[in-house]
Design a protein around this ligand. Structure first.
Ligand code: PLP
Length: 403
């Protein structure tokens, strides 16, 4: 039966509190570290010129028209595959256009498991995974993401094995690189270990690995961040990888609702089995995807790629500058956070009881953050360099007061 509890959206409620505080006390007095979108130093949402110049140059009919197919336009699918895999895969593949990364994740979760079955998730994770599980009547089992400062392979294995005890298949979500909300990225060795283990699991269970790469194009490694995907080449025949790609962050086009699910497997038949179900789901749920957004992506990739990379990379550097300052200062003052490598968020680590007190104490000092499981998320993606400077010390002082 459907859970009739209203959604508690930790982000949007606090965002509005922060806005209220800015109206009351002025922008300089408030630190709004809640917003999970990329903001410029001017305090405004970044909308890349290369993206929006391309979109606005499209013929009106290009935006008015339906897509060419329920699975997305062929040129879009081709460009997505090339952009995401970047020559790092030999596997058979199909691409299905989806409404954002959300569409790709939900479609995989809902069609690869039956109601009552169990989905494997990280315990520190994007909140929507849990809601998707709930709406699809799935149970969840969680793995701890970290053991000290590295990926907790043992906990991952334990969670997978417990799901395998009760069902004939295994569906796991990994959000990498630039994990939301920790900013962790697995090393190639860690990825190899994950794949070796999933291959073991596939001897008795069919396995789907859902890799959510929503933030990949803001990795500090850029092209190199895609190289680990060649480890998928060694999956066994009984493993399917679904990569959830999103234009939201990559193109700064959150509202255009465009993304893709990339299905990878050794055998064409395995790819087709998943594709057929996904295609029917697409047709039955959203019918087809924003044609203008797909055409913009194709145009940017074919005709403006260099400019797009240049423009995006300026913001990748800016994000790195902000996170370097925060992480360095946090280290100096002893403010504890989960292992951060790259990406939109840094998350302070603490138990949930401390978190609740601390979150309120921060708001009392006009610092607005987002509560996550065992942590406080600081969105460095939307804070100017000036606002980041000195923030770790202020946060540490307030932390010491609630202890
Ligand atoms: N995955 C993660 C981890 C996210 O944080 C987000 C957005 O916040 C998404 C996927 C999906 O975003 P969208 O549906 O806008 O592509």
């Amino acid at each position: 039966s459907v859970n009739k509890q209203p959604i508690v959206d930790n982000v949007f409620t606090i965002v509005s509190k922060a806005k209220q505080a800015i109206a009351e006390y002025g922008n300089d007095a408030v630190v709004n570290a809640t917003i999970g979108s990329l903001y410029g130093e001017d305090g405004k949402l970044v909308a890349l010129d290369t993206v929006y110049d391309s979109l606005k140059n499209l013929d009106n009919r290009s935006m008015a028209a339906y897509a060419a197919s329920f699975t997305g336009n062929p040129d879009f699918k081709e460009q997505v595959y090339d952009w995401v895999l970047n020559g790092n895969s030999q596997l058979k593949h199909e691409v299905i256009a989806t409404p954002g990364g959300t569409g790709a994740v939900d479609m995989t979760v809902s069609y690869c498991l039956d109601p009552g079955q169990t989905l494997v998730l990280p315990s520190l994770a994007w909140g929507s995974y849990n809601l998707m599980a709930q709406m699809n009547n799935l149970k969840t089992v969680k793995y701890d993401l970290f053991e000290e400062d590295h990926f907790n392979l043992n906990s991952f294995k334990k969670a997978c094995l417990s799901a395998m005890e009760v069902q004939d298949r295994l569906v796991v979500i990994i959000n990498d690189p630039c994990h939301n909300p920790s900013g962790y990225s697995l090393s190639k060795e860690e990825w190899n270990e994950v794949i070796a283990f999933l291959n073991e699991c596939s001897k008795t269970h069919s396995v789907v690995l859902l890799n959510d790469i929503a933030y990949i194009d803001f990795s500090y490694q850029q092209e190199k961040a895609k190289e680990y995907m060649n480890c998928f080449d060694s999956i066994s025949d009984n493993v399917v990888v679904v990569i959830a790609f999103s234009l939201s962050k990559s193109m700064t086009s959150y509202g255009l609702r465009c993304g893709a699910a990339i299905i990878l497997a050794q055998k064409e038949q395995a790819v087709q089995e998943v594709k057929i179900v996904f295609e029917k789901n697409a047709r039955a749920t959203w019918s087809n995807i924003n044609n203008g957004a797909m055409n913009m992506f194709v145009d940017v990739m074919k005709n403006h790629k260099e400019k797009y990379n240049e423009e995006r990379n300026q913001y990748v550097s800016l994000l790195k500058e902000r996170s370097d300052i925060f992480v360095q200062e946090a280290k100096e003052v002893g403010l504890k956070h989960y292992p951060y490598k790259e990406g939109f968020f840094v998350t302070l680590s603490m138990d949930n009881e401390t978190r609740d007190k601390y979150h309120q104490a921060l708001m009392d000092q006009h610092i607005y953050t987002v509560k996550v499981n065992n942590g406080i998320r600081v969105a460095v993606c939307s804070l100017s360099v000036d606002k980041v400077k000195g923030l770790a010390k202020r946060m540490k002082d307030i932390y010491d007061q609630v202890q």
